[in-house]
Design a protein around this ligand. Structure first.
Ligand SMILES: [Mg+2]
Length: 404
């Protein structure tokens, strides 16, 4: 059966939320991000694009390029709330959808054609989102995710585009190779150095040649260029969570040790999030006491993957949950409501230095293993737990195997 895949993307999402909260910002150049000299641009309005501004650029440089821009320190909590509002509308209207990032959705409308025209249905959904949330959103529709995503980007801002079945290659042909999802700056340069500019040229190349130059990625890029993509829409509710838990050899009431282990687990899970380019919006802490009664408590939070935000939440939950008189048999941490995304959402609080610090720590972990860099406060967990203590005669504590 031929599929109908819808891709929806909120336009300059952070900027649009700020404008919804203060209409005086309409039509003005807006920069959202860290306000200090070391801050980074997390989002910018279309009005700033002509000045050569793009997200990820140092805020200081952006302000120099466009001194008249209104600079706003973003708020992850506000954006998460508005993202949830849009998600609720889509959830009501579409049985199978994927939330692929804080401001992006895929929906599989296959089979709905008999009852409704899919395009008409998507148009009405888009209008409803705009009407009820006040946020501009664009969509692309085609037979698969890749072509629909490209179509959305071509439709923007605040518009829609349908690529009819059979016209995928023709639609992609005149576009720049930069428009293919997954072609980043580095791949783009490699392809440019080969003299490639338009997707059409890749379409006409033999697939083996692409493979020789770019390996496995070359095959994927070639297929995408030809409008071929079979990746399914992953239902939102099936989004996996990541968790870590540990059963003690001997039940314990040592709170310092428990906290140290929770911090170590959180650091490790946060690293897993960042490595998988994911953000979490829900934290759960679980405690099982020696009588096998198990309790857990969870908290919704703004989307994040940053240790310094997640650790205090985990410790708060532990404080609320923990009954001091009882021996603990097991503790665990879980992050759920995962969406794809990167550091961008945390840029408002953080300086470029903090960001670089995370990246540097993660690079060390990639090279030397998960536990090669840890926070001083979780060192306790390391000395009491993961490192063998020659004086107490107990076996070393090993962190539970990570479940994916
Ligand atoms: Mg967007």
């Amino acid at each position: 059966m031929q599929k109908t895949i819808l891709h929806m993307d909120l336009d300059t999402f952070f900027v649009s939320v700020e404008r919804r909260l203060d209409s005086r910002l309409n039509h003005k150049p807006i920069l959202v991000g860290g306000l200090t000299d070391r801050g980074v641009v997390a989002a910018c309005s279309y009005e700033t694009r002509g000045y050569g501004i793009h997200s990820g650029m140092p805020m200081k440089m952006a302000r120099e390029l466009c001194p008249e821009a209104v600079v706003i320190k973003g708020n992850a909590g506000t954006y998460s709330k508005h993202s949830d509002e849009v998600t609720e509308i889509i959830k009501e209207q579409v049985p199978l959808f994927e939330k692929s990032s804080i401001d992006e959705f895929y929906a599989d409308l296959s089979g709905m054609d008999r009852f409704f025209g899919c395009y008409k249905y998507a148009m009405e959904l888009r209008q409803r989102i705009i009407r009820e949330t006040g946020l501009p959103i664009s969509f692309g529709m085609s037979v698969n995710k890749v072509v629909s995503k490209v179509a959305t980007n071509e439709a923007k801002p605040n518009n829609q585009l349908k690529v009819d079945f059979g016209y995928e290659k023709a639609f992609l042909a005149p576009l720049s190779i930069k428009k293919i999802p997954m072609v980043g700056d580095k791949t783009y340069q490699t392809l440019r150095n080969l003299g490639l500019r338009k997707i059409k040229t890749i379409q006409e190349m033999p697939i083996d040649l692409m493979q020789r130059v770019l390996g496995k990625n070359g095959i994927v890029i070639w297929k995408r260029s030809n409008g071929v993509d079979n990746t399914p829409v992953i239902p939102f509710c099936d989004r996996k969570s990541i968790s870590n838990e540990r059963t003690f050899e001997r039940d314990t009431i040592d709170v310092v040790k428990l906290k140290g282990i929770l911090i170590a687990m959180t650091e490790n899970l946060a690293f897993q999030l960042r490595r998988g380019q994911k953000l979490t919006a829900c934290v759960t802490v679980k405690i099982r006491y020696s009588d096998f009664n198990t309790y857990s408590k969870q908290m919704r939070i703004p989307y994040t993957s940053a240790d310094h935000i997640l650790i205090p939440k985990v410790l708060d939950l532990f404080r609320l949950l923990y009954n001091k008189r009882l021996l603990v048999r097991l503790i665990g941490v879980r992050f759920s409501h995962l969406v794809s995304g990167n550091y961008q959402i945390n840029l408002f609080e953080d300086t470029e230095e903090a960001l670089n610090l995370y990246m540097a720590m993660d690079r060390i972990r990639e090279r030397f293993g998960d536990k090669s860099v840890i926070r001083a406060s979780s060192m306790g967990a390391k000395t009491i737990g993961r490192m063998h203590n020659p004086f107490n005669g107990q076996p070393p504590i090993v962190l539970a195997h990570r479940k994916q």
